[in-house]
Each structure stands twice: as structure tokens, then as C-alpha cells.
Design a protein around this ligand. Structure first.
Ligand code: C6P
Length: 411
């Protein structure tokens, strides 16, 4: 059962009325980036037309207004993930920058030779390469939690990797490929049992399900605005305030200081210590509007809608000859469907779907270790959001059948 009424919501998204190759657009690439409603674009336009000035710098009215809009967005985004206070919500460009901030700033101060960082083999490169970079500098070692045969993360394997050397457990809340929502609370309890910090890559979770960073037991939680109806260029890192207060700056420059001398400086308190330079003011305000928009729909309703579409798509696709579907089945599965059609390169599948107006992603999805674990080089991937419909899934299935039959003529 699909719970939301996409036809009303779709009116907020002008791009969804576009035609692609003469066919109505079906946008199934939401895991890469979501579309933007008018409300978000209008909030940014209103800011530029009426309030633009630099923030935290001027005594003049426009600067005060811009600062208030920027800080109001911080309060909104913090509330959205149930952060206990807004100061520990830092704005970054995206999840990637947020995770690099944690690895470089916290990691440089807290990791040493022989320490261990636990990730999983399903991580996006954004939650792997920052750890490799800091491991190279500090001598820390990276270990990976493997998948169970059902393609869930193996908690028992994670437990077996833990020791007094474990300093970080860094796991995605929701996989960008397998679509599974990982049991972060259980990973956090494991991490804390050996005194490690729990770092969560929330890039796919915050846009699609209710997130409560306190209930999850996260120490650091990173996400991107552009996957949750916000603009590109605005993301966030939430962290426990005491961890942030003990961390050195990530970037240096204006606004992050208290006193500056030629050869040394003292630094501002959080959040400013981690927001050097002029921030993406309009984008942050747009992210605040996105949070209002999503809250108006309801995150539980969005998750159930995504899940209902995924169940429907899986039912329809299961019977399709030549298809391989990846990811576990169950209530922990969100709206992401990775698949391959036998004998057809995923890029050819994506191109064939594009000719029918359907946007999906194909490739390794920035998760090469996971591709290796699945025994493939790449997959195609359809990913849903609250504005997608069962009719669109139906057209997608028809287009896949057409593509499969077309390529079969060359086999
Ligand atoms: N995944 C996808 O098509 P950025 O690029 O920093 O906004 O997000 C990085 C990122 C981190 N973690 C996960 C789980 C992600 O899915 C992503 C982005 C997109 O799957 C683009 S590669």
C-alpha cells in the first residue's frame, strides 16, 4: 500500500513535469540526489532578493537578518535529527566533507600506531577513504565488517573484530546500494563496549526515515542536504558537543578564531571553530526550508511510502527472467533496488531506460569493495522518493522487459 498522495506533492516539483526523449520523466535516481520543491528554491530566492549579506560579521541590518536566517536553519536541522542542542550541528558542504572533518580532526588527535578503525565492506567511499588517509598518517589499521549471506552487515563479525585497540566504528545508517537500514544502535553499543566512537554516515538515512541521533547512540552523524530536497553545497555533521569541543579545527581562516597572532591563534567555540570562511549561506537556508518541507510530509510516512514502492517493485521484478536483485528482503529495506540483467552491461541498461524517460544510476556507486563482495563490477540501481508512484514502477518494469528483449536479439 502506498500511503502518500504523490500527485499533490509532485506539483511542488516543476522538473517532474519534464519530458525526456518525448516521454514523461520518471526520476529513479534519488539516492544520487533528490529533486527540489519550489518551497526550497523560493526560500533561497527570497534570501538573495531581500536579505543577502555575509553572516556573523556585520552590525548592519542585512547582516543581522542573514545571520538570523542562517542560525534558524541550524536550529531546524538540529531539531530534525533530535540533536540535543544546535551548537553541535556543523554545516559542511556534504557528507563527504563531514566525514573528512571527523577523520582529520578527531582522528589526528586520537589515533596512533596500531589503533583500529572498523568500517564495513558495504561502505560508500566517503566513509572509507577519509579513514585510509588518516590511517596512513597515524599508523592505524582498517578492518571491515563483512556481509551475511542475506547481504546484511554481520554484527557477530563486528563483535569479533572489536578489541581494546578499536577506536572508531564507522558505518552507514542506510546502504546506498543494498537499501538496508543498518542497526546503528547495536553497532554503537558494540563500539562503546570497547570505548570506541560511533561514526554514522547518514547520507541515505536522513532523507528517507526518522533519525534521532541520541536514540541511535551516535557520536558523530554526517549527512548531505542535496539528497533530502535541499540544494547542493549544504550538508551537516552532528557530534556530541564534548567531542567537538576537544577537537582541533579542520580548516583555518576567518570566523573560526578568538585571538590571532603572527605565529599562533586561539580558536572559537563550536560551531564556529569548524565553519571557517564564508559559508554556503543561501544553501544552508535552503536546507532549512527542505527540513520544513519534509517535516510537513512526515518522515515515517516517507519511509513507509519508499518501502511500499520497493516491495511492489521487488514483487514485479522477481519473476523477470535474467534479472539478479541484490539486498536483503524485510522491514529493514528502504526504497533502493540494485539489479543486473544477465548479459547486459548496467550502463546499457541505464541508457535503454533513459530512452524511455527513466533515470537510474549504473556503475559501482562509489562502493567498489561492496561490488567485489557481491562478485560484480557494477549494477544498475533504481531509487525511490515520496514523489514516485506505482504507475512509474510499472512503466519501469515494462521498459526493463523491453530492454532485455532488445539486447537478446544481439546475443
Ligand atoms: N551517494 C549515490 O549515488 P556526498 O557526495 O558527500 O553528498 O555523499 C556521499 C555519500 C556518502 N555516503 C553514502 C551512503 C552515500 O550514498 C553518498 C552519496 C550517491 O549513491 C552519490 S555517489
Amino acid at each position: 500500500m502506498v500511503l502518500l498522495n504523490p500527485s499533490t506533492l509532485r506539483q511542488d516539483f516543476p522538473i517532474l513535469s519534464r519530458q525526456i526523449h518525448g516521454k514523461p520523466l520518471i526520476y529513479f535516481d534519488n539516492a544520487a540526489s533528490s529533486q527540489k520543491p519550489r518551497q526550497v528554491v523560493e526560500a533561497m530566492v527570497a534570501y538573495y532578493y531581500q536579505h543577502h549579506a555575509n553572516v556573523h560579521r556585520g552590525a548592519h541590518t542585512l547582516s543581522v537578518e542573514a545571520t538570523e536566517l542562517y542560525e534558524e536553519a541550524r536550529r531546524k536541522v538540529a531539531r530534525f535529527i533530535n540533536a540535543p542542542n544546535p551548537e553541535s550541528l556543523l554545516f559542511t558542504r556534504n557528507t563527504t566533507e563531514a566525514l573528512n572533518l571527523v577523520a582529520q580532526s578527531w582522528g589526528r588527535q586520537n589515533l596512533k600506531d596500531g589503533d583500529e578503525i572498523i568500517v564495513s565492506e558495504a561502505e560508500h567511499h566517503a566513509n572509507l577513504i577519509p579513514w585510509q588517509l588518516i590511517a596512513e598518517r597515524t599508523g592505524a589499521v582498517i578492518k571491515a565488517v563483512r556481509l551475511t549471506p542475506e547481504q546484511r552487515l554481520d554484527l557477530e563479525h563486528c563483535q569479533s573484530l572489536l578489541s581494546s585497540r578499536t577506536k572508531v566504528v564507522a558505518i552507514a545508517h542506510m546502504s546506498n546500494i543494498l537499501g538496508v537500514v543498518n542497526p546503528i544502535r547495536r553497532f554503537a553499543d558494540l563500539a562503546h563496549s570497547v570505548g570506541a566512537v560511533m561514526v554514522v554516515d547518514g547520507a541515505q538515512a536522513v532523507p528517507h526515515l526518522p533519525v534521532d541521533v541520541q536514540a541511535l547512540g551516535a557520536d558523530f552523524y554526517a549527512f548531505s542536504g542535496h539528497k533530502m530536497c535541499g540544494p547542493t553545497g549544504a550538508g551537516a555533521l552532528w557530534a556530541r558537543a564534548e567531542l567537538l569541543r576537544a577537537m582541533p579545527p579542520f580548516l583555518g581562516g576567518g570566523e573560526m578564531i578568538r585571538k590571532v597572532y603572527i605565529d599562533h591563534s586561539t580558536y572559537a567555540d563550536i560551531p564556529m571553530r569548524f565553519e571557517a570562511g564564508t559559508p554556503n549561506i543561501a544553501e544552508v537556508i535552503g536546507l532549512g526550508a527542505a527540513v520544513d518541507y519534509l517535516s510537513g510530509i512526515g518522515m515515517q510516512a516517507i519511509f513507509e511510502h519508499d518501502q511500499a514502492l520497493a516491495r511492489y517493485a521487488l514483487e514485479r521484478l522477481e519473476g523477470l527472467e535474467g534479472i539478479t536483485l541484490y539486498g536483503p528482503r524485510g522491514d529493514d529495506r528502504g526504497g533502493i533496488i540494485p539489479f543486473n540483467l544477465q548479459g547486459i552491461h548496467p550502463h546499457d541498461v541505464a541508457t535503454a531506460l533513459d530512452s524511455e524517460g527513466i533515470a537510474v544510476r549504473a556503475g559501482h556507486h562509489c562502493a567498489q569493495p561492496l561490488m567485489r563482495a557481491l562478485g560484480v563490477q557494477s549494477t544498475a540501481r533504481a531509487s525511490f522518493y515520496f514523489y514516485n508512484t506505482e504507475d512509474e514502477v510499472e512503466r519501469f518494469v515494462e521498459a526493463l522487459v523491453k530492454a532485455r528483449d532488445f539486447f537478446a536479439t544481439f546475443a
